[in-house]
Design a protein around this ligand. Structure first.
Ligand code: NAD
Length: 482
């Protein structure tokens, strides 16, 4: 791949109102496989945030008033443009985020799908008309675009965590300012340029890379023109943002951290469970909010499951994500590498055994190998905290009740996975698990056509599906007399 040529096509300024602008300072973007600087990008501050909101506010009414069919056609054109540029976007994403190119290509497919799906939803924004029960009037209910939105996205899916918000927002007629994670601003900047080329009207999207998320965010939240904040990231930052939004009673959607249980019952097809475990654990190198964080396996099949999982995990090849022989890239940064290392040492100090992996190679790069921890005791931190890395801790259980109780023993509630051959048990357990999403006999659940989101401290709001557009619509009731 010609990296220099690729980088020369990527905007490195602020993207405000459909134009690239220089900032007053810049910050570095690093390659997590080499620790080298890829490039520098403009560093937005509070004034830039206000300029982006000026641009969004200026076109908000016109965009909301654009025919839904036209908005849908523009989104469809964005889908086609992203798909045609998939190789460039994927390579860029691997450069700044680290995941192997095959994973990046998977994300481009998934991320683009939100534009195709919501291009179709744009024309299905409904309402209702009913006579009032007293017979004295008519009730008309209609949906209107919320208005200018602010999206804050994480580094783990640099494209899809943005498109999952932009697709429904633009379909609903909202404008949006996106603040990508500091680690991965390039993918979003390239996307902004591609969307401009695909025909998105200027001002509908602005992108603000910044090393000062607090300044940019405060300027937007405190400005009365902003109508909605949508956040994907850690639970700690999400809670702080909800508190910050309270003064203006800003509408918020929160896609936060997870601690997904992967439960294998004694009647499961163990080979299928191992296949699913590899997907649920190793998709995105383990850096996914839906990643299986802990494996609760019925004691009667635990040894067989562990043995087979260890074999599969030992087949991963660590390396630079751009290298086609690599099947597992680096973690995003040193901080994340330290966290994974610490959670593994904690589990081992409490009695877990390392069945494979467990030792980070020398740098450069933030590499950590595919790891399985067996016999993990209930008090190990890794069962309670999101590891966000390629580590699979396995713990045993005996009865179905114990399996469910272990799965629910967390303040999080995003995703869960259940393996069993019994339909009765699958439904019983899926209904008992406290999470927004449950995969039954499958290790990947994300789908643009399904409502993605959590409960408990994993947040609120849904992205995707027919539900996703509601996050960007206000309900209006118009009372008519007879
Ligand atoms: P993070 O919370 O540190 O950062 C997320 C975003 O918030 C980044 O853009 C960051 O710049 C911004 N941010 C940080 N401090 C801020 C502040 N004070 N004000 C405004 N913005 C601020 O999380 P991360 O480490 O980048 O991402 C990993 C986390 O995201 C994990 O917990 C993961 O589970 C979660 N996640 C959730 C989902 C989901 O859909 N539920 C999807 C992907 C990731």
């Amino acid at each position: 791949m010609d990296t220099a040529k690729l980088l020369s096509s990527v905007p490195t300024g602020l993207w405000i109102g459909g134009e690239e602008r220089a900032g007053t300072s810049t910050f570095d973007v690093l390659n997590p496989a080499t620790d080298e600087v890829i490039t520098t990008v403009a560093d937005a501050g509070a004034d830039d945030a206000v300029a982006a909101l000026d641009a969004a506010s200026a076109v908000q009414a016109e965009w909301a008033g654009t025919a839904p069919r036209k908005r849908g056609e523009i989104l469809r054109s964005v889908f086609e443009t992203i798909t045609a540029s998939a190789d460039d976007i994927a390579a860029l994403m691997t450069l700044e985020m680290g995941k192997v190119v095959a994973e990046s290509k998977g994300e481009v497919t998934y991320g683009a799908e939100f534009f195709r799906w919501f291009s179709e939803e744009a024309v299905r924004i409904g309402g209702r008309y009913t006579p009032s029960p007293a017979g004295t009037g008519r009730i008309v209910v209609t949906k209107q675009a919320v208005g200018p939105c602010y999206a804050i996205t994480p580094w783990n899916f640099p494209l899809a965590m943005g498109t999952r918000k932009m697709g429904p927002a633009f379909a609903a007629g909202c404008t949006m300012i996106v603040k990508p994670a500091q680690e991965t601003p390039l993918t979003m900047l390239l996307l902004a340029k591609l969307m401009d080329e695909a025909g998105l009207p200027k001002g509908v999207l602005s992108v603000l890379p910044t090393s000062r998320p607090g300044d940019v965010t405060a300027a937007l939240i405190d400005d009365g023109r902003l109508r909605k904040l949508t956040f994907t990231g850690s639970t700690g930052v999400g809670k702080a943002l909800v508190k910050q939004s309270a003064d203006k009673l800003l509408r918020t959607s929160m896609e936060l951290g997870g601690n997904a249980p992967f439960i294998v019952f004694d009647d499961a097809d163990v080979d299928a469970a191992v296949d699913g475990a590899i997907l649920a654990k190793m998709r995105n190198g383990g850096e996914a909010c839906t990643a299986a964080n802990r494996f609760h396996v019925a004691n009667s099949v635990r040894e067989e499951f562990t043995e087979k999982l260890v074999k599969r995990m030992s087949e991963f090849t660590l390396g630079d994500g751009l290298d086609e022989s690599a099947t597992l890239g680096p973690l995003i940064n040193q901080k994340q590498l330290d966290k994974v290392t610490e959670l593994v040492s904690d589990a081992v100090s409490r009695g877990a055994t390392v069945a494979v992996g467990g030792v980070a190679p020398e740098g450069p790069g933030n590499f950590y190998p595919a790891t399985v921890l067996a016999d993990v005791p209930a008090d190990a931190r890794i069962l309670a905290e999101e590891v966000f890395g390629p580590v699979a801790p396995i713990a045993g259980f005996d009865t179905e009740e114990e399996g469910i109780a272990a799965a629910n023993d967390t303040e999080y509630g995003l995703a869960a996975y259940v393996y069993t051959k019994s339909l009765d048990r699958a439904l019983r357990v899926a209904e008992s698990i406290e999470s927004g999403m449950v995969g039954v006999n499958r290790g990947v659940i994300s789908d643009a056509a399904a409502p993605f989101g959590g409960i408990k401290e994993s947040g609120f709001g849904r992205e995707g599906g027919t539900e996703g557009i509601d996050e960007y619509l206000d309900t209006k009731y118009i009372a008519l007399t007879n």
